[in-house]
Design a protein around this ligand. Sequence first.
Ligand code: GLV
Ligand code: MN
Ligand code: MN
Length: 417
Amino acid sequence: MNDIDRAARAVREDRLWQRHLDMAKLGGTAKGGVNRQALSPEDAAARNQLMGWAKARGFSVFTDAIGNLFVRRPGSDDGARPILSGSHMDSQPTGGRFDGMYGVLAAFEALEALEDAGVRTRRPIEAVAWTNEEGSRFQPGAMGSAVFAGHYPLASALTVADWKGVVLRDALSQTLAAAPATRRSEAPGFALDGYVEAHIEQGPRLENARTTIGVVTSIQGSRRFMVEILGEEAHAGTTPRAARKDAFVAAVAIAGAMQAATRDADDTLRFTIGRVDVQPGSPNTVPGRVSFSIDMRHPATDVLDAHEAKLRAIVAAEAAPCTASIERTMAVAPTVFDPDVVGLVRDAARRQGFSHMDMPSGAGHDAMHIAGLCPTGMVFVPCERGVSHNEIENATPADLAAGTRVLVEALLRLANR
Ligand code: GLV
Ligand code: MN
Ligand code: MN
């Protein structure tokens, strides 16, 4: 048997599944999901778990200035640029057991499978857990990979505060104190020769098509905005309508107009208001200030541009008698993955006999930042009914193992190039 088949067969479905169950205990919720937000004590616990497993296998572990965590299996040419694979261990507040964690555990299982099969690679292969992919606690998301890639300044990341006012620098140093690892270098980022990220699909297409492997060709572009509306606090019982500057009334008008303006005929544009903050938050005071977040996505930059212009016009038109502003807090261009890596993933699925289909990604992933640094691709596996960002998110042990076998083959081919 050749190295690729030996390594793919060394992927252990039971071990990979058990590792998901073990990780799901860290921040586990009553409904069976996880709340393991970035740089929380639960995140530190997951880091310690991964590092414990890594050290037990004799792999070295490193972190960097933004807390990205790397597990390294050496290559026979150990000075060669490594191949990287991974995803994230942080979750949404009501997150599932597989979003992100699967990509980290699949990469780690790949290292273990190579080890168990006694297969050496020319290049080192590293598993990575990127810091703060979700962006639900600290914005923007995909922060660790963005800082690694030089797309977002480390200094800006360190000064971001969460909704409670905790500054990222402090949360990061607490996390790294609780889960210490060797610091690799002061400046984040190092040269890579390839990156492949495994992930659950987070949508229903694979399951509907009864297909095991998604060969990911692209990721749609995404933008985030914050809208802030300023009105005037007033007594809820006495203030007549004409005298009110109710920031929530203006927010409803703005949000309603935005929903209408972003409803496209072919249901491609994604528009979400996921967080609304109403101040002072008292039942009997007219709200004086409302802020809300917008997440907007589409595969085409010109469509995003056109809709951004519409959002800005709506904020200007609908705020009176309040005042309102809109700030763009994040923009990631659509990503097209490297045809060679896409081809490696497709060939691996075909060669190993898994049903597969090419598909774009609707969700964002750390791969969108790494794609500019080195040849990059992704492997998707189905998740139940396509449900994700939900505590009931589910996937089958067999599908997770299949995606990992495809991942191993792609990594091995890249590492011997
Ligand atoms: C990642 O979770 C995303 O929002 O796409
Ligand atoms: Mn994810
Ligand atoms: Mn997610």
